[in-house]
Design a protein around this ligand. Sequence first.
Ligand code: SF4
Length: 364
Amino acid sequence: MSEVRHNWTKEEILEIYNKPLMELLYEAATTHREHHDPNTVQVSTLLSIKTGGCPEDCGYCPQAARYHTDIEGNDLMSVQQVKAQALRAKSSGSSRVCMGAAWRNVKDGPEFDQVLEMVRTINKLDMEVCCTLGMVTENQAQRLAEAGLYAYNHNLDSSEEYYKEVISTRGFEDRLETIDNVRKTNVTVCSGGIIGMGEKEEDRGGMLVALSTLNPQPESVPINALVAVEGTPLEEEKPVSIWDMVRMVATTRIVMPETQVRLSAGRTQMTREGQAMCFFAGANSIFAGDKLLTTPNPDVNEDMEMFKLLGLNPQKPFIKKMQPETVEAKDSEYQSLGEKPKWSRPDHKIERNEEAKQKAKILK
Ligand code: SF4
């Protein structure tokens, strides 16, 4: 049985990534069967609880306020709205709700208290709850844990080297710090990245080194294919080929055997055959719902048809870890520690991000 290793090197990972495809698929599928039920796929529903107007400059993201994209922004959803959507997601086979807010970082105050209430509410529906809210301090991660949060998503996006070419408003080390803050609680970690942003194979390998050498490795690793959105700095990137996606999924499976590998953005550009190959290569989770935050995603009925065709079953909640207990609300008694996340590279500029910002100013 393949062991979990925390000392993978980039050379080893690239050697796996570049194996003859049949050999790579065989090794990945074997590893997958040793650690998981190959016919079970976990289904998450991603809800954008606060869309657009983000102060960050992630080159792939239509929610960055500085770029001119046609997404419709909205303020933070109400707890009731979120509950209604979670119930709908549950009835269509999702075991997890992942709530995303377009924030740079969590700020203590009424909005965060509202998110904590959403976490408690979904946990009470016996669903796994995940949040992706930007950077969090240790104290905020602890409050989320007490509300009953199951997972926190914070992607590394790419290698440390290529990260500097995509985002200037925060550094790779800031990402690692948030992951570390989450790790100090009993909340599981979801962290992955995006391929197709113009990175080299070495960057894909570098990202997998950064993730697989975390100890423990993230419980969940989303692999996204860039969906290039007009108005963002990466608008002209061509879609990645299915072969790259399969190789990336298979390599992730081999170097992180116990992790749930999430086939994430970009599925609308893939055929069912392509997705089936990703499942064979070790992907065992998808996002359901017709939107992934702001980009298109297959309709939930289409996914259920695909599951039927492939003989796949949606995973029940809390198979990997027990349902977190919710500590009753004490938000009003809570004292903010006034901690602020650091900004590790305040003077960094990326030419294509600056160009997209200028273009947006002209169009506004
Ligand atoms: S990816 Fe997240 S942090 Fe980056 S601009 Fe989009 S919403 Fe903001």
